[in-house]
Ligand binder design. Structure first.
Ligand SMILES: [Cu+2]
Length: 469
């Protein structure tokens, strides 16, 4: 759930933090937001002219960051330009059009299904095998037509190197297509409650999703969701709110809905059939009421036939903001954007928010931003989330603030049922891999898949919305 993209996310407000809790001694150096911005567009125009992509470049919608951050950064270091690459050697093998059966992994939960259409994979380079073409194709699909405008934000040498890595000179089809995360339906859309007296009321449906797309190219699967998406909408309330949630059961079988992490006074609101309630029968509406506490990252999910129902997507985020604004991540740490990553690992393979790479939503941050990621594990196994190039500052577990026990790491194991909140300070521009580090969950003979994403740190703030039309 990004707060800035158009994938249905809660707006984030600018943040102020006179006394951030991230230990000052560990605060990394941050270049100024202005660094590299003027050069970057010139540089890209040069590359795009070479690739015949000037028109795409014109769609870049970038702006400089807004008010000066209250957080005080050290002097800006210069961004070291990357060396210009030598021209690519002429190919020595004939182009390969479609992936062969032998290049695809055997079907399993850890492998992405074979694509349904033969893609244009481009030309084999010296020393490459079909694996390389398939692996590059995944990244081309991930970035789609964002590749050129995003690359253009960096200094010219960086832009040129990114263009070479992706093979932009081939003018491949995905350069004109939406990135896959924008081709598929994304969940986690914020749902505004209605108000009934002093109750905040959420109306949800429990639905069959007959053709849910894990990514845009593999055959859709039969899944389940709340309000038509997996994950369901993000429910957001404030500590102490009286919350009422009405759920209409449209899945043709019984269910029950659990509010994971919430401490309801009335245990009959806990959502466990044959423990705290009778099962919710098809076509009925079940109502749950509780006072929202404690604050933190919570979840909601089916608690009935759960291996099947949660494994198929009956899950969502419930975020309880602290009543005291001073305890919020915005106030406390200067967070400017937040993302929810709900992992699952059953019928759809290894997924973040119901999608596998390349249909995962990238984190896009300008230099100087502080990004909150709320990991939520609704799967059946642990996933160690590894951030390249950055340490994560781990500030809460299961909603409970870690306070002085907060810590830095670059790989954080998140067990089933757990929620961990981490903050990443985006200080070094670049496109950084960010993935589960159980390798069969992320990479195979046809490239990366599953629990893979990136942290894209741009020299200046970029508005993706106009680029996704
Ligand atoms: Cu994993």
């Amino acid at each position: 759930m990004s707060t800035t993209d158009q994938q249905g996310v809660a707006p984030a407000s600018p943040v102020v933090d006179p006394e951030p809790d991230i230990p000052a001694a560990e605060a990394p150096e941050v270049p100024s937001p202005e660094a590299g911005s003027a050069l970057s567009r010139r540089g890209f125009l040069r590359v795009s002219a070479l690739a015949g992509l000037g028109a795409t470049a014109a769609t870049v919608a970038a702006c400089t960051t807004g008010a000066a951050p209250v957080w005080t950064f050290p002097p800006a270091p210069s961004i070291e330009p990357l060396p210009t690459q030598a021209p690519t050697a002429a190919p020595t093998e004939a182009p390969t059009a479609a992936p062969s059966a032998s290049a695809s992994p055997a079907p399993s939960a850890s492998a992405s299904p074979a694509p349904s259409a033969s893609p244009d994979l481009g030309t084999l380079q010296p020393g490459w095998t079909e694996h390389d073409l398939l692996a590059r194709w995944k990244v081309r699909r991930y970035l789609g037509k964002l590749a050129v405008p995003l690359a253009s934000l960096y200094p010219p040498a960086v832009t040129a190197k990114l263009a070479e890595i992706l093979g932009v000179a081939e003018d491949y089809p995905e350069l004109k297509e939406l990135p896959e995360f924008a081709q598929v339906t994304q969940g986690n859309a914020p749902l505004e409650p209605t108000v009934d007296g002093d109750w905040k009321v959420f109306d949800l449906t429990i639905d069959k999703l007959p053709a849910w797309q894990i990514d845009a190219k593999t055959p859709p699967i039969e899944a389940l969701g709340y309000n038509g998406t997996w994950p369901g909408p993000a429910l957001r309330v404030t500590e102490g709110d009286k919350v009422r949630i009405n759920l209409k059961n449209n899945i043709g079988e019984t269910t029950g809905t659990h509010w994971h992490g919430v401490e309801p006074e009335d245990f009959f609101m806990d959502g466990v059939p044959f423990v705290t309630q009778l099962p919710q029968v098809p076509d009925s509406v079940e109502t749950y009421e509780f006072v929202a506490k404690p604050y933190g990252s919570m979840m909601y999910h089916s608690h009935h036939n759960a291996t099947y129902q949660v494994g198929h997507g009956l899950l969502g985020a419930l975020i309880i903001d602290p009543k005291d604004p001073k305890e919020s991540y915005k106030e406390k740490y200067g967070v400017t954007q937040e993302y929810v990553w709900i992992s699952n690992d059953s019928v759809g393979g290894f997924t973040i928010n119901g999608h596998g790479f390349p249909a995962t939503v990238p984190i896009v941050a300008a230099v100087g931003e502080r990004i909150l990621v709320r990991y939520m594990n609704e799967g059946i196994m642990m996933h160690p989330w590894h951030s390249h190039g950055y340490r994560q500052y781990v500030v809460a577990r299961d909603g409970a603030p870690l306070g002085s026990a907060s810590f830095y790491c670059d790989t954080l194991g998140v067990n089933p049922g757990e929620r961990w909140d981490v903050i990443i300070e985006a200080v070094r521009p670049g496109i950084w891999a960010f993935h589960c580090h159980i390798l069969p969950h992320v990479e195979g003979p046809d490239g990366m898949f599953g629990m893979v994403n990136t942290l894209v740190v741009t020299p200046e703030k970029v508005d993706l919305a106009p680029l996704l039309k």
